[in-house]
Structures are given as structure tokens and as C-alpha cells.
Design a protein around this ligand. Structure first.
Ligand SMILES: [Zn+2]
Length: 355
């Protein structure tokens, strides 16, 4: 049985990388290039109950510019720290303790520890409470791992707590999930590196307000979204290449530039619009099995980013500006996204940031 759902892991805001696989959570602090070999090595650790001596030797030999804390998530949680990383943990009495990672330390946590934060700052950095990293490598300033749920915690299960559950339309939810084919799909590591390298979008030519550098903007814009120049003195409407309309931020910290159409879901690679190149796949992991293989779509239309539900079994939800109630979209009906809008597919949330 994998352990990913047993130890919810949240990302702290800051510099560095957080890596997670079925057996461990690691926080890596580095300067310069990301330590690719270290990441590969950690990613490939599989089913070892505790740090191996070869891993310890490898970590010991890391350059001083790289610090790492690895929590092995088994019944007994061991943490290895190298190079000045810190460990904060919450004991039953709510006291948060800190330990400095020395040259290399193996820390065995007391039984009562409820959660731990791996980080490098003096104090644990702020946790992004809407993120829950399941697998993969994402940017972050630390990682909070919930080891035991000894009592209700405000920081656990944030999405469930805030969201209105899907509207009960009288149909059995399990049947809906069955209809949507719950066959096991291969779980791919979460983006970070992959998405950063996805190909260029096809250029879309739109009519807009040009700055004196030739960048095209929305007609309502006051400043150029590409170079920041004021637009009022250079009033000229013409056709040009559309800039990215914004960014979609997934709850695990991964980002997607809104410069192309996306099909989102558990396995959007199968969608016709993806296979024919009209849209890019935005694959979202979903251990809760609430996301359809092809769930929703972000479609660009001139200066608008439109959200469309693609007949998903459990619905696509929109919360305007990230406040208020969740609206369940009717299938194939489009809604224009505005800055700060939140989109929920199952328990996963994307935030749209307009550019
Ligand atoms: Zn410009």
C-alpha cells in the first residue's frame, strides 16, 4: 500500500524544492542550478524503510551550497538532515521545537509528534494551506507533513472544509464514478520541470491596443502587459500576437501559463482537442477519484479565458474572486475567468491570475 494519502504534505512558501514520492518527503535548499542528481536519487528511492547507508554517504558528500532534509514516511518516521536544514514539529502539547541540522543527523521523532515542517529559515515559513502535494517535485520553502491526526486541525483538509459539496442530483455518486471508468491510471509525477519545458503555443493574432514597442494589449488596458509602458499616449488599435492572458496555479504550486487552450482532468491526453494539437493536457492527480479523465477545459477566445465543464461526472465549480459560494457549471457552458477566480475539480483547486 502506498503511503501518499496517509501523510498529507503541504508546501511552504519560499525558495527551494519539495519532493515527494510514495515513501518520503524531502525539502532541498540550494543555490545555483537545481541539484538534478540528488533529485533523481531521492525520486528513485523505493520502499526502503529507512535511509540506506549509501544514501547517507551520498548526502554527506553534497556541496555545502545544498542542504536537504528527508523524512522517511513509515510507521516510525525517520528524518535525515544535512547542511543546516531545520526541523520543527508539533508535539501533543502544541510546543513547536526546532533542531538544527548539523553536518548530518538522523532524527527519530517522538511518538506523539503530530506534524513536522522541514525548512531552512529561522522560523518555519508560511504553509500554503490549499496545497497538498501527493507526488512530484515543486518549488517551495519547506514542507509540512502531517504524521498523525490527533485532534481536529484547522490546517488539515482545507479544500473540503471550504467547499460546498457537489450538488446531490439524486444520482448515486459511486455509480457516477463507475460510469466515469475508475480503472487504475498510471500516476505521473507532478509537473515542475515538465511543464516549464512544454512547447510554445501557437501564436494567436488578436486585435488590441499596441504599445510603442508593438506589444498588443486588451483595449481596456492602461499599461502594456508585456513591457509595462503606459498606453494612453500611444493609442493605436491593431492586430498582433496575443500575450499570455494570465496564469493558472494548481494547489500543489505548479503553474500553467494561460497562453493556450488546456484540457484538464485525470487523463486529458486522450481528448481529441489534445491529440489534434488544439489544446494541451493539464493532468491532475486525484486519489479521491472525483476528477473525470476529461473534466474541464480552459479555452482562449480573443482576450478571454473561458472555463468550460466537459460533461464531468462530479462537476466543475467556480468561485468568483476566491470568495463566496461555489457555482457548479452546466456542461459545455462557458464562463469567462477573471482575476482571482478559483476553479475546483474534485478536491483539487486551480486559481486564475489575470495578467
Ligand atoms: Zn509593450
Amino acid at each position: 500500500m502506498n503511503t501518499t494519502s496517509s501523510f498529507p504534505t503541504r508546501i511552504c512558501i519560499g525558495d527551494g524544492l519539495v519532493l515527494r514520492n510514495d515513501h518520503l518527503v524531502a525539502y532541498i535548499s540550494y543555490s545555483g542550478e537545481p541539484p538534478a542528481e540528488l533529485l533523481e536519487r531521492l525520486e528513485s528511492i523505493n520502499g526502503e524503510p529507512a535511509p540506506s547507508s549509501s544514501l547517507l554517504r551520498y548526502l554527506q558528500a553534497l556541496p555545502s551550497t545544498t542542504s536537504v532534509a528527508v523524512a522517511f514516511l513509515q510507521l516510525e518516521v525517520d528524518v535525515v538532515m544535512v547542511g543546516g536544514v531545520r526541523l520543527s514539529y508539533r508535539d501533543e502539547d502544541r510546543v513547536v521545537r526546532q533542531e538544527d541540522g548539523g553536518p548530518a543527523q538522523l532524527v527519530a521523532l517522538p511518538e506523539s509528534v503530530l506534524s513536522l515542517v522541514l525548512h531552512s529559515a529561522e522560523a518555519p515559513p508560511e504553509v500554503n494551506t490549499t496545497s497538498n502535494l501527493l507526488l512530484g517535485t515543486v518549488p517551495g520553502g519547506g514542507a509540512e507533513v502531517t504524521l498523525r491526526t490527533g485532534e481536529p486541525r484547522t490546517s488539515s483538509g482545507p479544500v473540503e472544509a471550504e467547499r460546498t459539496p457537489p450538488v446531490d442530483d439524486g444520482r448515486d455518486r459511486l455509480n457516477l464514478l463507475t460510469l466515469d471508468d475508475p480503472e487504475e491510471i498510471e500516476v505521473q509525477p507532478l509537473p515542475y520541470r515538465e511543464h516549464a519545458t512544454s512547447g510554445r503555443p501557437k501564436e494567436a493574432i488578436v486585435e488590441g491596443l499596441a504599445c510603442n514597442q508593438g506589444h498588443i494589449n486588451r483595449l481596456s488596458a492602461s499599461y502594456c502587459s508585456s513591457c509595462g509602458r503606459r498606453l494612453q499616449d500611444t493609442l493605436s488599435v491593431r492586430k498582433g500576437v496575443r500575450p499570455p492572458l494570465g496564469t493558472l496555479i494548481l494547489d500543489d504550486g505548479s503553474t500553467f501559463s494561460v497562453d493556450r487552450d488546456y484540457v484538464a482532468g485525470r487523463a486529458p491526453q486522450q481528448d481529441d482537442r489534445v491529440t489534434n494539437g488544439a489544446a494541451e493536457a493539464l493532468a491532475i492527480e486525484d486519489p479521491d477519484r472525483e476528477i473525470s479523465r476529461i473534466h474541464a477545459e480552459i479555452r482562449l477566445d480573443k482576450w478571454d479565458a473561458l472555463l468550460i465543464d466537459r460533461h464531468s461526472a462530479n462537476g466543475t465549480y467556480l468561485r468568483r474572486g476566491g470568495t463566496g459560494g461555489w457555482l457548479r457549471l452546466n456542461p459545455l457552458e462557458w464562463h469567462r475567468l477573471s482575476d482571482g477566480d478559483e476553479v475546483a475539480l474534485g478536491q483539487r483547486v486551480l486559481v486564475f491570475q489575470e495578467r
